[in-house]
Design a protein around this ligand. Structure first.
Ligand code: CTP
Ligand code: MG
Length: 226
C-alpha cells in the first residue's frame, strides 16, 4: 500500500544545545536527517517525502533535496503543528499520509508497513510502546499518587492517517486555535478512533545530548543485525 510522508525538520534543536538545527549534526559521520530520509527513500511504498524545513537551513536542504528522488521541500512554521500543516499543502490529497519526526532516525520499515495497514483499515494509527517506568503524579515535589501504568503508552512517530482525516483535524485545530503535541491529539478532538501499533523502544527521538550516545549504540546494534 502506497503512502506519502511529511517529515517536520524545521525545529531549532534548543534542548540539544548545539546552537543550530540538531538534525544537521553528525551521527556516525552523516547528518542525522539523512539517516531518517534514507528509510523512506528506500521504501518502495513511499511515493513522496515532504520535508518541512526552516529558511535558515535552506541551502543545506536544497543540496540534500537534489540527491533524493522523492523529496519536496516546504517551509515550516514557529510550532511543529504549523510545520506539519504547511507540509499538508504539498501533499497529494488522497490515500494514506504519515507524519514522522526528522529526529527519529531508527524507524523500521516493518513498523511503517504495519502503521500504513492499520491506518488504511481504521483511518488513524500511531506508533507507541508500553510505559516501562513507574509513573507518579507530583505537585510541589510531593507525590500525589502512583498512576496505574497498565494502560499507559509512550507515543512516538510515525503517525498514519487517511489524508482527509488529518487535513480536517488540522483545519479544525487551526480554527479553534488548539495546539496539540502530536497529530493524533488533533484527530482525537474530532472523536475519530486512533489505533495503536506497538513499535520498538529504540525508535527514540534525538532530543538532548545524551541521546547521541544511545543513537551510536543503536546504530552499532543495527549494523550487526544486517
Ligand atoms: N519541528 C518542526 N517545526 C517546528 C518545531 C519542530 O518541523 N517549529 C520538527 C523538528 O525539526 C523535529 C520534530 O519536529 O524533527 C520534533 O521536534 P523536536 O524534537 O522538539 O525538535 P526541535 O523543536 O528542533 O527541538 P527543541 O524542542 O529542543 O527546540
Ligand atoms: Mg520542539
Amino acid at each position: 500500500m502506497n503512502y506519502q510522508v511529511i517529515i517536520p525538520a524545521a525545529g531549532s534543536g534548543k534542548r540539544m544545545g548545539a546552537g543550530y538545527n540538531k538534525l544537521l549534526m553528525n551521527l556516525a559521520g552523516r547528518p542525522i536527517i539523512l539517516h531518517t530520509l534514507d528509510v523512506f527513500e528506500k521504501d518502495p511504498n513511499c511515493s513522496r517525502i515532504i520535508l518541512v524545513i526552516h529558511s535558515n537551513d535552506e541551502s543545506f536542504f536544497t543540496e540534500i533535496g537534489s540527491r533524493y528522488t522523492k523529496i519536496h521541500l516546504v517551509f515550516g512554521g514557529s510550532e511543529r503543528q504549523y510545520s506539519v500543516y504547511n507540509g499538508l499543502t504539498a501533499a497529494k490529497e488522497e490515500g494514506i499520509i504519515l507524519v514522522h519526526d526528522g529526529a527519529r532516525p531508527f524507524i523500521r520499515p516493518e513498523t511503517i508497513a504495519r502503521l500504513v495497514a492499520a491506518a488504511e483499515e481504521n483511518g488513524a494509527a500511531i506508533a507507541a510502546v508500553p510505559v516501562k517506568d513507574t509513573i507518579k503524579k507530583v505537585k510541589n515535589f510531593e507525590v500525589v499518587e502512583t498512576v496505574d501504568r497498565s494502560s499507559l503508552w509512550q507515543v512516538q512517530t510515525p503517525q498514519a492517517f487517511h489524508f482527509s482525516l488529518l487535513k480536517n483535524a488540522h483545519e479544525r485545530a487551526q480554527k479553534e486555535k488548539y495546539l496539540g503535541t502530536d497529530e493524533a491529539s488533533l484527530v482525537e478532538k474530532t472523536r475519530h478512533s486512533v489505533k495503536v501499533v506497538e513499535a520498538d523502544y529504540d525508535n527514540i527521538k534525538l532530543t538532548t545530548p545524551e541521546d547521541l550516545y544511545f543513537a551510536e549504540a543503536i546504530l552499532k546494534k543495527r549494523q550487526q543485525e544486517n
